[in-house]
Design a binder for this molecule. Sequence first.
Ligand code: SF4
Length: 159
Amino acid sequence: MKPNRQMTTRKQNGKNVEEDCNMPVYTLGIASQLSEIPAHSIRQYIDEGLIIPFKLESKRHLFSRNDIDRLKLIRSLIRNKGLNFSGVRALMAMIPCWSIRECPEEDRSSCGAYTENFQPCWEASEKGRHCRNENCRDCEVYHALDIDTGIKTVLKSLL
Ligand code: SF4
């Protein structure tokens, strides 16, 4: 699988500045500007479980560079591939989390991430013991689909 971007370089006051792509530093307004997606659409993506922003104690959301790439991917799936929110959710639900995380057979039948077909594992009603206390935002499954890959690419790397 293609790893999530770790570092990028951006210009600041004429100088090149290194930026950690996983660091949540952008407010909703800035993420909206950088992704060119209206803030109300980003809120919809969050409500639909397509993106998990970093949450501050104040309940405000922050976004990283990788989150901005993910927002663009979601918009591309909707605009260019003709998917609606349910379609994007179903696509994300096809990522075989049980295989990527090597969940034991005996845990699978009681895990919603394995048994529920049309929602991403991070939205599962009941998660198995491997995932119960995990932060899905940091999980390789959550990051398995990126701007350059489809589900087929993920499956080819596993099968
Ligand atoms: S930790 Fe979260 S994103 Fe990762 S496999 Fe489990 S439910 Fe899915």
